[in-house]
Design a protein around this ligand. Structure first.
Ligand code: SF4
Ligand code: SF4
Length: 244
């Protein structure tokens, strides 16, 4: 699934993205720089380097709006770095703002990280040493596409995002829709992978979430703070092995 496209109308053919792509995953086709999806690890370098804003990241806002309008219970799994991206917004105010968008619940992705860490420790001996953690989808993409001889070093455990999606659905019901929000565009790619399919229904960047707030006329800083974010009590207790 391609996450990054070139807006040809904005592209000035400077080829800065071609020069800076660490994987040489951009070719010139029809005079414009075009990402080769099969070679791209979704590191985001070309998006940052393009002076014209011509590298467009997959927009998930429409999919999230549709989910929220569908009548389904939709919950938000939010990466812990929201405190940096939404500076000055308390966790309670953030949760209140997200509820204002229509989310039925807001949970921190970090609550799955403890299960991922525990499962990683338990399975680290199952893979070749040195073990490579799989929490970052860019690292996984890099190994799969460029260093396949290192595949046996990948720890066979889901990322916190995927584990949290599974955990939320396991605890709240399989009909619940889970939207992830975080700082990284590679999570969009990870959410669409065949082996993680169904865990996360849509992945937003924090910028997209901010856009949704603005379009809905919601100012998270001004949102009345509710209680602290709730915590899911995993049915598997301390192990929750099925989620990670
Ligand atoms: S850096 Fe941007 S403007 Fe330059 S070639 Fe790449 S997409 Fe086009
Ligand atoms: S996201 Fe990274 S790997 Fe993919 S085309 Fe851009 S710079 Fe290259």
């Amino acid at each position: 699934m391609g996450v990054i496209k070139t807006i040809t109308a904005n592209c000035k053919d400077c080829y800065k993205c071609v020069r800076h792509c660490p994987m040489k995953a951009i070719r010139v086709a029809g005079g414009h720089a075009e990402v080769i999806d099969e070679l791209c690890v979704v590191c985001g370098t070309c998006v940052r380097m393009c002076p014209q804003g011509a590298k467009q990241v997959m927009d998930s806002k429409g999919a999230v709006r549709e989910l929220l309008a569908s009548g389904a219970r939709v919950v938000l799994s939010v990466a812990p770095s929201f405190v940096a991206s939404f500076a000055g917004v308390s966790p309670g105010a953030f949760a209140a703002a997200a509820r204002g968008l229509g989310f039925a619940g807001i949970f921190e992705t970090a609550e799955a990280a403890q299960y991922v860490a525990r499962r990683s420790l338990a399975t680290v001996d199952d893979c070749a040493a040195p073990a490579i953690a799989t929490s970052c989808p860019v690292v996984v993409n890099l190994v799969e596409r460029y260093y396949p001889h290192l595949l046996e070093h990948l720890i066979p455990v889901a990322s916190p995002m995927v584990a949290h999606g599974r955990m939320l659905k396991s605890c709240m019901g399989s009909d619940v829709k889970v939207v992830f929000a975080g700082p990284c565009i590679a999570k969009k790619d990870e959410a669409g992978r065949e082996e993680t399919f169904g865990a996360i229904d849509a992945a937003l960047t924090f910028q997209e979430l901010q856009d949704l707030f603005e379009q809905a006329g919601i100012d998270p800083i001004a949102a009345a703070s509710t209680a602290t974010m709730p915590t899911i009590v995993a049915p598997g207790g301390a192990d929750c092995a099925d989620c990670a």
